[in-house]
Design a protein around this ligand. Structure first.
Ligand code: SAH
Ligand code: SF4
Ligand code: F3S
Length: 472
């Protein structure tokens, strides 16, 4: 892997901070909001911090450096950040804790303005494009005791070689592309994550091969629009180094499928408009690619989809589902749905219910539309009143839950391959893992089953999880 001068410079800052922190046993905490991409970024922040000698803690009373990695896709994330900042103010006063905030929300000017004005104790603000410079920025805060704001509006380059401290020993996320070019009219992501840019095939293959050697069994490929991997590069004739024949998302899946030791491959999020036949064929062909596919619908009404700028109709979405079901044995689907987008009528909403009834999703992530400053949706005049949004949300939730319950029945009595992740959070005596279709299964078993792929017989369903017993 080619490590750029920029990253080598950052490694020098890591060393400098390590020297300053020597023997101090300083502690850091990190709060991550948002999607798996942000979680992956946080793993990189943790990797850098631990190389600097910081030790992670969840005990607020001993925190020397508090990091927050923010999301701004919906309004509730803002409420969470500002609630947390009140708490951090006390920490700052009591122990002089360094407060650093980064992530998507920091790319929004009205937010950084508010922090500067109302929360002047914040030491460091960094954006999504300057994450790789975290060591240098932190060094300046420590050494020069300056407040520091480091945000770039232009798209950050793809940097390789940052340290990473992963949360799990069995499942790992690998970011394959950054940014989004789709500009769905409700969505803030393209404004805070910049334009699409893909990592080079060899860097991804090297990372996954390394993970397999360390014993990781499940890989999740991440990107705001994973199935357009290398598309921008192809369309604009940007030269890139092909490796093992990889020049698209489908060929990337095929190459990763060949890596020994990896047993499961997942990916989020694909866009229905980029679900080309080669991708469908690759999923069908690659035995390690999980057959649960996340296919964000957002809305069922063709009219609303058009205003959302999703570039498919209700019928095209349903046709795609049919094609995928025909080609991919044991396919299951999950989706994202927004209710209450501007102009959504009762009739439009019925279309959403209709698609949900027809597809029968394994899982539906439901969101109430949230106005985001700077997006076209925010400027639309026909905003839906809150009580209608909530009424529709409740109806959708009812339908989804009844479908999930019915769907869960199909599992009872079947044998499922489950990757065991650890002890169940709610019951110390049980272990927990997931099926190919990403269903949580809890079961009794000895701890040496953790990190293993085992067969479980499903004995009962409990809406959000299944119960199983070790088979044989
Ligand atoms: N790139 C991915 C994920 C985007 S964010 C994709 O296209 O699927 C994850 C989900 O948040 C979206 O799929 C959408 O359902 C939801 N979302 C995005 N903006 C939103 C908004 N303004 N209000 C409510 N939900 C939103
Ligand atoms: Fe947002 Fe649409 Fe891009 Fe997904 S594809 S990140 S919903 S703009
Ligand atoms: Fe949120 Fe940024 Fe992800 S806005 S959903 S953390 S890309």
């Amino acid at each position: 892997m080619a490590i750029s001068k920029e990253i080598n410079d950052q490694k020098k800052y890591i060393e400098k901070i390590k020297e300053i922190n020597k023997d101090k046993k300083l502690k850091y905490s990190i709060l991550t909001m948002g999607c798996q991409l942000n979680e992956n970024d946080s793993e990189k922040i943790c990797g850098m911090l631990e190389e600097m000698g910081y030790v992670k803690t969840t005990n607020n009373d001993e925190v020397d450096l508090a990091v927050m990695n923010t999301c701004c896709v919906r309004e509730n994330a803002e409420d969470k950040l500002f609630g947390k900042l009140g708490e951090l103010k006390r920490l700052k006063e009591n122990r002089g804790t360094i407060v650093a905030i980064g992530g998507c929300m920091m790319q929004e000017k009205h937010i950084t303005d508010k922090i500067k004005e109302s929360y002047p104790f914040v030491d460091m603000i960094f954006g999504t494009h300057t994450l790789y410079k975290f060591p240098e920025d932190l060094y300046k805060v420590i050494e020069e005791k300056n407040k520091l704001i480091d945000i770039l509006d232009i798209d950050g380059k793809v940097f390789e070689g940052l340290p990473i401290k992963r949360d799990s020993k069995v499942k790992a996320s690998v970011t394959i592309m950054n940014g989004c070019n789709n500009f769905c009219s409700y969505c803030i992501v393209p404004y805070v994550r910049g334009r699409e840019r893909s990592r080079m095939p060899k860097d991804i293959i090297d990372e996954v091969t390394e993970l397999a050697k360390k014993g990781y069994k499940e890989i999740t490929l991440l990107g705001q629009n994973v199935n357009s991997y290398l598309r921008v590069e192809r369309e604009n004739n940007v030269e890139f180094e092909e490796y093992q024949g990889i020049n698209s998302f489908a060929t990337l899946l095929e190459a990763i499928n060949k890596i020994d030791g990896i047993e499961r491959i997942r990916f989020v999020s694909p866009h229905p408009k980029d679900f080309t036949d080669d991708v469908i064929d690759a999923i069908a062909k690659c035995d390690k690619v999980c057959k649960l596919i996340h296919l964000p619908l957002q809305a069922g009404s063709t009219e609303i989809l058009k205003v959302m700028n999703r570039k498919y109709t209700k019928e095209q979405y349903l046709e795609l589902v049919e094609k995928m079901k025909a080609k991919i044995p044991n396919l299951t689907l999950s989706t994202d749905i927004i209710v209450g987008f501007p102009g959504e009528t009762d009739e439009d909403f019925e279309d959403t219910l209709d698609v949900v009834k027809k597809v029968c999703f394994e899982q539906v992530y439901m969101f109430i539309y949230s106005r985001r400053i700077g997006t076209p949706g925010d400027k639309m005049e026909n905003q839906v009143p809150d009580e209608i949004k909530h009424k529709h949300f409740d109806r959708l939730k009812e339908l989804v839950e009844s479908q999930i319950e019915k769907n869960n029945q199909k599992y009872i009595g079947t044998i499922q391959k489950v990757l065991v992740e650890g002890k169940s959070k709610n019951n110390e005596n049980m272990l927990t893992g997931r099926t190919d279709s990403n269903k949580v299964v809890i079961f009794e078993g000895s701890e040496d089953l953790i990190d293993k792929m085992i067969d479980l017989k499903i004995i009962s369903e409990h809406m959000w999880y299944l119960k199983g017993v070790v088979n044989g």
